[in-house]
Design a protein around this ligand. Structure first.
Ligand SMILES: *Cc1c(COP(=O)(O)O)cnc(C)c1O
Length: 400
């Protein structure tokens, strides 16, 4: 047996400790971080690169085991075929649009869409020669058919809409889109687990995994799940061509978040509905835009298509309450911190009155609006906090 040559420190530093990573019986898989993938020989390299769409490691930018575990899990959660991870929810939105649209195509987007999606359509999308028409989120089939053009390739949906919470008739959107040979893309972040997109005709479902999947306000992550393998290849190809890559550490945290997603959602749904219903009875409140609340806007479609609700909703104050009074009321809250994003364990509040852009529909709210995300705090203490802060509002005439 030939004796191993004595290597230099620098060479040993490069080679030591690089063992394969079995789990040793631990419950969770390790985080696999990596850029370069090394092959035992050239033939093995060729063999692996012959399968660009399989979960075969060729280079870190195509993802690794930590990504694959999470992609498989989210595909199952969404009820789709396969999933592609992206570094943020917004990257999932824009990459999905780029995967389905090319120069000269037309796209229909709801007026209530997440603001940065509108920004993409109006700037980069327009620069690339993709034309967007905004439609009222509660559109019916004849009106939608009237907006479809020969070059309409995508109907985009987000249900409920950001801030104003309009519930969309997704099965109808799917029918009209498919009649015209267009695809239906849905931002399903709010509907996580409660809306099964592929049972309602969606071709491509987008998740900001940053929200409830992460669940702890400490990661950014997006996911696109598709109905078919062909749709997935289109998305996967766009993501890898653009060099979009999610951090394996964030993927690992998202896998950890998934383990408690069910109990978090159940608890937050219960608290959210309790607080929404309490708020609706307050004299300062004109309306509570929570689709899960009986009688609220969109409740009938929600009841037909969803099996539950997350804990994000919007409150419309009486029209005679000045916006400044609402801002003071928000500042008086103790347990609700002012902040965007949602889906974490903590309660949040955000004034939304001035943040809504509308070009195709007016939006129904006339009083000042604020959005609440209900976290995992005691619901009684959250209600007491809201009760105390609402008493700061200028006294006005009682609700009609
Ligand atoms: C937050 C959000 C996104 C974007 O997610 P990020 O990870 O923050 O980029 C997309 N869609 C909706 C509806 C969101 O609320």
């Amino acid at each position: 047996m030939s004796q191993a040559p004595k290597r230099s420190r620098s060479t040993r530093l490069v080679h030591m400790g690089r063992v394969p990573t079995p789990t040793y019986g631990f419950v969770n898989p390790p985080v696999h971080r990596g850029s370069t993938v090394v092959y035992p020989n050239v033939a093995e390299r060729d063999a692996r690169r012959a399968h660009p769409f399989d979960q075969v490691l060729t280079y870190g930018a195509q993802g690794g085991p930590t990504h694959y575990y999470l992609e498989d899990a989210i595909a199952e959660l969404e009820g789709g075929t396969r999933c592609q991870l992206l570094p943020t929810g917004l990257a999932a939105v824009t990459t999905a649009l780029l995967a389905y649209l090319k120069s000269g195509d037309h796209c229909l987007v709801p007026d209530s869409v997440y603001g940065p999606c509108r920004r993409f359509c109006d700037t980069l999308g327009a620069q690339l020669g993709i034309e967007t028409t905004y439609y009222a989120p509660e559109i019916d089939a004849p009106a939608l058919r009237a907006l479809m053009r020969a070059n309409t390739r995508v109907v985009y949906a987000e249900s409920p809409g950001s801030h104003t919470m309009e519930v969309q008739d997704v099965p109808m959107l799917a029918r009209v889109a498919h009649e015209a040979g267009a695809g239906l893309l849905l931002d399903n972040t709010w509907g996580i687990t409660f809306f099964q997109p592929f049972e309602h005709g969606v071709d491509c479902s987008i998740q900001a995994a940053t929200k409830y999947i992460g669940g702890h306000s400490d990661i950014l992550l997006g996911a696109i799940t598709t109905a078919t393998e062909d749709d997935w290849k289109r998305v996967r190809s766009a993501a890898t061509t653009l060099g979009q890559y999610a951090s394996p550490d964030d993927c690992w945290l998202a896998l950890r978040g998934l383990r408690t997603l069910g109990v978090r959602l159940e608890a937050q749904m219960r608290s959210g509905l309790q607080i929404a219903s309490w708020l609706r009875d307050r004299p300062e409140v004109a309306d509570v835009l929570h689709p899960g609340l009986p009688g609220a806007p969109g409740h009938e479609i929600w009841k037909r298509d969803f099996t539950g609700a997350c804990s994000l909703f919007t409150v419309e104050l009486r029209q005679d309450i000045p916006v400044q009074s609402m801002r003071d009321m928000i500042d008086a809250l103790d347990l609700f911190q002012v902040g965007a994003s949602w889906g974490g364990f903590e309660s949040l509040v955000l004034p939304t009155t001035n943040g809504i852009t509308r070009t195709a529909s007016g939006g129904k709210a006339r009083g000042p609006l604020f959005r609440l995300h209900i976290g995992l705090e005691s619901v009684d203490e959250l209600i007491a906090d809201l009760d105390r802060a609402l008493s700061h509002l200028a006294a006005g005439p009682a609700r009609a």
